[in-house]
Design a protein around this ligand. Sequence first.
Ligand code: 4NP
Length: 156
Amino acid sequence: MQSVLFVCLGNICRSPLAQGIFEKHIRAAGRDAAYDADSAGTSGWHAGEKPHSGSIAVAQKYGVSIEKQRSRPVHAKDGEIFDYILAMDSANRAALLGEFHFPQEKIFLMRDFAVDGKKGLSVPDPWGHGSDAFEEVYRILDAAILGFVAYLQQKR
Ligand code: 4NP
């Protein structure tokens, strides 16, 4: 069993959606027994809360269930527990390295797995934006996670 942690700032918009989309694709690939996924925020601002209604709605639209997730902050031990730690943006990645001192080799920028050839891009924060922003985040995450699942399959 390998484990994957998706990380954003609040753990209510991007990373819960990323976890849900990953679980959907890994199940579709018949590989759900091989991976354990979770998500967390570099802040604890929304600890205990459900995902944002915009994320729940866009997930539901594409057959992804995230409403049972609850926000939690990144824990110091996550750096030991998880095999892959996927940051939604460069600020999240900087916090995982600088504040949490997680091993650099475990940390990836989520969009670097998208097969569009562009590196260093962030998953934009939809917080405070309308449903179009959540739709855009879904589209970006779906492409990046398909690339990530392909990367995991290749590494087998
Ligand atoms: P997330 O979005 O990092 O994708 O969960 C945010 C949620 C809340 C806040 C910022 C970003 N906030 O400032 O409370």
